[in-house]
Design a protein around this ligand. Structure first.
Ligand SMILES: [Zn+2]
Length: 390
C-alpha cells in the first residue's frame, strides 16, 4: 500500500458504523503487517475498529497516524523494515480521586470521544449490571430507561446517564462519574470491570453520534414500560417491577424474528414474557391490592396488575388495555412445550383471533402486530397514570 493511502481519506469521518454493512464497530487490537511505500511495517496490537457482523476492519485515525509516524522514523533511519509491539495505554485522567478502571485507548481510538477540550472526559467506564440492580432495588434511587440500551439513574441530588452494550455491560463517561457524590463513586468502583471496548448503544448514539438514528420499536416499548413503572411509583409509592439480571440481558440485543420456526417462536415468546409479563413484582402488587381493600390471593400477576390499575382508574377501560399482555402470555403457552399439539393450536387460534389476524399467520406478522398492540397499551397507561411533571 502507498503511504498516501494510510492518511485518513479527504473529507472522511470515521464513525462507529461499518462502511460495508452499517452495523456497529468494536475496538479490537490486531496485528498490522504491510509494505507501505517500500517499507515493511509490522505492528503488534494496533487498534482497529472491527465489524462484528461482517468482519470488516477499519483503521481509526490515530492508528493511521501511528503508521505514518513509523514510516517517517524508518525513512529517517534509512531502514527498510520496522517492527514494533504496541502496549495498551495506561494513561490516567485527573477527574476524580476514585481509581476507576478504564482504557485510555477507548478514548483515543473509538470514534467521536476525543475532544480538544476536557481531555479524557468521554472515556467509557464499564460496570457489571449489578450496579443498576442495586440502584433499582433501593427506594432512594430511580433507574429509568429511554430504550433498552440507554437510561438514567436518579438519586436524591444527582443524576447520571448510562448505556448498556451488547455484552450487557453498563457504560458511563468518566467525566460524568467524577461529578457524582464520592460515596456513589466508591460504590460504582466496586462494580467496575475492565473495558471490553464495545460502546455501541443508544447511549453512544444519543450522546456522541450527531447522525439521527431511528429508535427500534422494541426500544420504544422498553422505554414506555420504564415510564409506566415510574408513573406507578408516583401513584402508589412502590415499584411494581424490579430490574433483574435477566431482563437486562434479554432486552439488550433482542431482534425481531425473521423466520418462523418453533424454536424462534419459543425464543420470542419467552423473551417478551420475561420483560412484559413475568417482571411485575407479584408481592408489591399484592400489597397494593390489600391497601386498596382487595384480596390478591388466587390472582396471577397480570390479574393483580389489572386489579391495581382498575382501582386507580375505574372506567378507564383497563381490561381491554391489558388484553395484549394476556395475549402475550397465551402466546407463550401456545409456543412452548407446555401444551399438547392440539391444545397449542387451539390456544394459538385465540391469539391470532384477539390480534385480528388470520389463523395460521406467521411469526413475523404475529410479532409485529403484538408489539404494535403493546406499544399502544403502554402509551395509554403512561398517559393515564403519569402525573404532570414536577
Ligand atoms: Zn460490517
Amino acid at each position: 500500500m502507498k503511504l498516501a493511502d494510510v492518511y485518513p481519506p479527504k473529507g472522511h469521518v470515521q464513525t462507529l458504523s461499518c462502511n460495508g454493512c452499517g452495523e456497529p464497530l468494536d475496538l479490537v487490537f490486531a496485528d498490522f503487517h504491510e509494505a507501505v511505500s517500500g517499507i515493511d511495517i509490522a505492528i503488534t496490537g494496533l487498534p482497529y475498529l472491527r465489524c462484528a457482523s461482517c468482519g470488516k476492519d477499519h483503521l481509526p485515525d490515530n492508528s493511521r497516524f501511528a503508521i505514518v509516524r513509523l514510516h517517517e522514523e524508518a525513512v529517517a533511519k534509512s531502514s527498510a523494515a520496522i517492527n514494533v509491539t504496541r502496549r495498551a495505554s495506561d494513561e490516567k485522567y485527573n477527574f476524580t480521586n476514585v481509581d476507576f478502571i478504564y482504557s485510555a485507548d477507548d478514548y483515543r481510538y473509538i470514534p467521536g470521544l476525543e475532544r480538544p477540550w476536557n481531555r479524557g472526559f468521554l472515556t467509557p467506564v464499564f460496570f457489571n449490571k449489578a450496579a443498576l440492580l442495586k440502584y433499582d432495588a433501593s427506594p432512594d434511587y430511580e433507574v429509568k430507561f429511554a430504550s433498552a440500551t440507554y437510561g438514567t439513574i436518579y438519586g436524591k441530588d444527582f443524576l447520571i446517564s448510562f448505556g448498556i452494550n451488547k455484552n450487557a455491560k453498563v457504560i458511563m463517561w468518566l467525566g460524568d462519574l467524577a461529578k457524582l457524590p464520592e460515596s456513589e463513586q466508591f460504590y460504582l468502583r466496586s462494580e467496575n470491570v475492565p473495558s471490553d471496548h464495545c460502546v455501541a448503544s443508544e447511549f453512544y448514539n444519543g450522546q456522541i453520534d450527531a447522525q439521527f438514528t431511528k429508535q427500534p420499536v422494541e426500544d420504544q416499548l422498553f422505554g414506555l414500560r420504564s415510564e409506566f413503572i415510574a408513573a406507578m411509583y408516583g401513584k402508589l409509592g412502590i415499584k411494581i417491577a424490579h430490574l433483574d439480571d435477566e431482563v437486562i440481558s434479554v432486552s439488550v440485543g433482542f431482534n425481531p424474528p425473521l423466520v418462523d420456526t418453533p424454536k424462534e417462536r419459543r425464543h420470542v415468546a419467552d423473551t417478551l414474557n420475561k420483560i412484559y409479563v413475568e417482571s411485575w413484582d407479584n408481592i408489591a402488587l399484592g400489597k397494593a391490592i390489600a391497601s386498596q381493600g382487595g384480596d390478591p390471593k388466587a390472582l396471577g400477576t397480570l390479574k393483580r396488575l389489572q386489579m391495581v390499575l382498575e382501582a386507580l382508574a375505574p372506567g378507564g377501560g383497563i381490561s381491554s388495555l391489558m388484553s395484549p399482555l394476556f395475549v402475550l402470555y397465551d402466546f407463550r403457552v401456545a409456543a412452548s412445550h407446555l401444551a399438547s399439539e392440539s391444545a397449542g393450536a387451539e390456544k394459538m387460534k385465540t391469539v391470532t383471533d384477539r390480534l385480528a389476524l388470520q389463523e395460521g399467520a406467521d411469526l413475523p406478522t404475529i410479532y409485529a402486530r403484538l408489539i404494535g398492540e403493546l406499544l399502544k397499551t403502554f402509551k395509554t397507561l403512561v398517559h393515564l397514570f403519569a402525573t404532570p411533571s414536577k
